[in-house]
Design a protein around this ligand. Structure first.
Ligand SMILES: C[S@@+](CC[C@H](N)C(=O)[O-])C[C@H]1O[C@@H](n2cnc3c(N)ncnc32)[C@H](O)[C@@H]1O
Length: 312
């Protein structure tokens, strides 16, 4: 399949992102362009779409996929946490809609050859952007055991972090750990033989390493700090998360934006100067239904949240 990634909750993404079809929109994680294709089709001839991805393969694939539409679409290799710089360079003042579909694509998992999947025997790389310096090989083979344990616990919420870090340290003292399947075997050896049959024992550890290598939570937090300044009043922010760590950040940030003024209710006027930056379009995150999950099992952990920029 040329574009193996199936976009999640496409109908809902378009519905909440486009309050008008003629605005300027950003897809900060274009991947293989599935969401962008739907957004671009819903835009009218005045609409403009800027697509970013830090993975050059994603940029090439989506550029090719979106070109035939004949719409105003620009695809750029960039980190979404640098969105302010990208907009400056394009002389864009304010956005009407921004989408982030976090995590990695099926293209990266299945076809990149970069060791994202524990089911494949690939070199341990896990960089979304090949220009980044640090690889998974470096983390697994060089990082002190305690730091490795912390990464597995903090980013993978892995209860066996200590055992796994110890097993990795023992294995690498014999020979470097070079491939994803080697690493998966070492992790699996720390689990009892009949541990949770529905989840591979290496799932959480691979997630943790990928988040650490690509600084995923740091990028998300940086982006959320900048985004209020980059959006027009009425502009929509839509974010799809795939694990509780990133969803917690999105959920808390959107709730804080909505809180705004922190003055006691009996104050005659606001003295804290805090304004309501965004209003949530709904309070409870939207999850894919059973049918979507059946067709696309990778959608099962998705949560969609959306907020609208208020006048300030
Ligand atoms: C879940 S996929 C997006 C799939 C896309 N919505 C589609 O329909 O094909 C996530 C994409 O985000 C990219 N990505 C992750 N972190 C990024 C960042 N900080 N800046 C830019 N792109 C990022 C990944 O390289 C990957 O291609």
């Amino acid at each position: 399949m040329k574009y193996p990634h199936q976009p999640v909750l496409v109908h809902e993404v378009v519905k909440y992102l486009l309050h008008s079809p003629c605005g300027t929109f950003v897809d900060g994680t274009v991947g293989t362009g599935g969401h962008s294709l739907a957004v671009a089709k819903a835009m009218d001839e005045k609409g403009r779409l800027i697509c970013l991805d830090r993975d050059p393969d994603a940029v090439n694939l989506s550029r090719e996929r979106l070109a035939f539409l004949g719409k105003d679409i620009t695809v750029i290799k960039a980190n979404y946490s640098d969105l302010d710089t990208v907009l400056d360079e394009l002389h864009i003042k304010a956005l009407d809609g921004v989408l982030l579909d976090l995590g990695m694509s099926s293209q990266q998992l299945d076809n990149s050859g970069r060791g994202f999947s524990f089911t494949r025997d690939e070199i341990l790389d896990m960089r979304m952007d090949p220009d980044d310096e640090l690889t998974a090989y470096d983390l697994v083979n060089i990082l002190p055991q305690q730091d490795l344990e912390r990464i597995l616990r903090d980013y993978g919420e892995e209860k066996r972090a200590r055992l796994i870090a110890r097993a990795i340290a023992a294995a690498r003292s014999e020979n470097p750990i070079k491939t994803s399947s080697q690493l998966a075997r070492i992790i699996k050896s720390t689990f009892p033989p009949h541990a949770d049959a529905n989840k591979h024992p290496a799932t959480r550890s691979f997630q943790a390493l990928r988040i650490a290598i690509n600084k995923e939570l740091h990028n998300l937090e940086t982006f959320l700090r900048k985004i209020p300044q980059l959006m027009a009043a009425g502009g929509r922010l839509v974010i799809l998360s795939y694990h509780s760590l990133e969803d917690r950040i999105v959920k808390q940030t959107m709730a804080n934006w909505e809180k705004g003024c922190e003055c006691p209710p009996d104050f005659p006027r606001c003295v804290c100067g805090k304004v309501v930056l965004f209003r949530r379009l709904f309070k409870k995150g939207i999850r894919p239904g059973a049918l979507e999950i059946k067709i696309n099992p990778r959608a099962r952990s998705a949560v969609l949240r959306a907020a609208e920029r208020m006048l300030s």
